[in-house]
Design a protein around this ligand. Structure first.
Ligand code: NAD
Length: 488
């Protein structure tokens, strides 16, 4: 069994219990990790609290150099980490190599942003005074991440948290703990306790992190249901919360869209990582004039994609992460079929693939907003398509969701784009370039998709608290009613 990374050392889990890690392409057990419990979390938080004392005083320039070194170590381990991500998470190797590259870029971005971060001097009340707006770290940050982009979503939290001077306890998903533990190698040059990694289930290891009073921030990515539970648990201590939750992203394909671009673009946005992307497209609205050609071409495109193990270089789409996630997709497709939707292609497990949690890329038409597939997060390789006549209609449909993570548009008409970005309620809007993240661009959800922003300057500010210093150099005795005085 693997061990936990606490205080710069490998130590056995205190519960003695194990979590079996599966390869979703074969359903075989590939390794076991400790099922950490409250005592393991307490030890990690204690180490992070001790380390905070020195890390917060470490000059930003030194911290920046150490964070650049994290990026260099990540890059040097690309092959090893990408292979682990594919074994435990199923994504094709080429996508996991990208994930490592993006993660390293994120560490580089925050190394530099941390080096250049600053407070403000503001006007003071009197000439003998100085007023400063200071930014300082919170302390110990608990980061809880899901299985779909385990290293990238860790980087989006750990990089800004460290750059701002916080220390970290990381709790990875119980389904992808191996890549997280392998990341100890990218943190081992940091002072002990600055980053700690505790594997375990949500209830046994995640909740103690949320309720530990020494942890001042919880940075979480995962489902709405877990986010709500975390928010309730954290409220007693008024903990700073950063929540990146689920989505139901819309893609509007306007009348002027170029199908040569839009067909592969919408397919990619919907089917990437077998549709298990928080900003994956889950609802497609196509202008009625181009809809017949669009449907025919995207169905052909979906049929041409090769399913298989992510380790096979010819694979386009790997397995889903596990049986319950696939069962949800099957339930959504069945619900749509029962209510009159047409399955243009897919809608089943691929015949002839005995093991692995595979599901065929599925294109549906004749769907409407009464169906689960258009209302709830499906998180699978589905492309449900509705048509629209006017832009008003398309925007109303896109906004008819409790979620507001991202939204996409294909159009080259400035008036269409303007209405899209002014009226669609989502944290990230992509026009003609779906799902492209930019380290400098804030990322996060509106409505039920979350609180706060990752990436960009906003992403650093999530991990810094504000102090106002009011300093009078003279400090003279003042009358009782100073500074306003009282007449008479
Ligand atoms: P999940 O909520 O089941 O688990 C996420 C993490 O939370 C895991 O580490 C899990 O162990 C932990 N957890 C579970 N219960 C907990 C509890 N009671 N207390 C503390 N921690 C707990 O989500 P998942 O299935 O791993 O991931 C898929 C979900 O994540 C989808 O809904 C997807 O949309 C969302 N997601 C969102 C973003 C985003 O940026 N908004 C990115 C990726 C994934």
């Amino acid at each position: 069994m693997r061990q936990l990374w606490i205080d710069g050392r490998w130590i056995p889990g205190l519960t003695g219990d194990a979590i079996a890690v599966h390869d979703p392409a074969t359903e075989e057990i590939i390794d076991t990790v400790p099922a950490g419990g409250p005592a393991d979390v307490a030890a990690a938080v204690a180490a992070a609290s001790r380390a905070f004392d020195t890390w917060r005083r470490t000059p930003a320039v030194t911290r920046a150099e150490l964070i650049h070194e994290i990026a260099a170590r990540l890059t040097a381990r690309t092959d090893e980490l990408a292979a682990l991500l594919t074994r435990e998470g199923g994504k094709p190797l080429v996508e996991n190599r990208d994930e490592i590259g993006w993660s390293a870029a994120c560490f580089r971005y925050y190394a530099e942003l941390g080096r250049h971060s600053r407070g403000r001097v503001i006007p003071s009340i009197e000439a003998s005074q100085l007023s400063l707006v200071l930014k300082e770290p919170y302390g110990v940050v608990g980061t809880i991440v899901p299985w779909n982009y385990p290293i990238l979503l860790m980087a989006w939290k750990v990089a800004p948290a460290l750059a701002a001077g916080n220390t970290v306890v990381l709790k990875p998903s119980e389904m992808t703990p191996l890549s997280a533990l392998a990341c100890a190698a990218i943190f081992e040059h940091l002072p002990p306790g600055v980053v700690n990694i505790v594997t375990g289930y949500g209830a046994a290891a995640g909740e103690p992190l949320v309720t530990d009073a020494r942890v001042r921030v919880i940075a979480f990515t995962g489902s709405l249901e877990t986010g709500r539970r975390i928010a309730r648990l954290a409220s007693d201590q008024m903990k700073k919360l950063h929540l990146e939750l689920g989505g139901k992203d819309a893609f509007i394909v306007a009348e002027d869209a170029n199908l040569e671009v839009a067909v592969p673009g919408v397919a990619w946005a919907s089917l990437l990582n077998a549709g298990q992307v928080c900003t994956g497209t889950e609802r497609v609205y196509v202008h009625e004039r181009i809809a017949p050609a669009f449907v025919e071409r995207i169905a052909d495109y979906a049929r041409s994609l090769r399913l298989g193990s992510g380790l096979d270089p010819h694979t386009d789409i790997g397995p889903m992460i596990g049986p319950t996630y696939r069962a949800k997709v099957e339930a959504h497709v069945e619900d749509a079929r029962a209510r009159g939707a047409r399955i243009v292609t897919g809608g089943r497990r691929p015949p002839g693939m005995g093991s692995g949690y595979f599901y065929e890329p599925t294109v549906l038409t004749g769907v409407d907003h009464s169906m689960r597939i258009m209302r709830e997060e499906t998180f699978g390789p589905t492309i449900p398509i509705m048509t629209f006549r006017t832009l008003d209609e398309a925007i109303a449909l896109a906004n008819d969701s409790p979620f507001g993570l991202g939204a996409n548009l294909y159009s080259y008409d400035a008036r269409t784009v303007k209405r899209f970005y002014e009226e669609v309620q989502a944290g990230t809007l992509w026009v003609n370039d779906p799902l492209t993240d930019n380290d400098a661009g804030p990322f996060g959800g509106m409505k039920l998709s979350g609180l706060g922003r990752e990436l960009g300057e906003e992403g650093l500010d999530e991990f810094r608290q504000t102090k106002h210093l009011h300093w009078d150099f003279e400090g003279e005795a003042k009358p009782w009613w100073y500074p306003y005085g009282r007449e008479g």
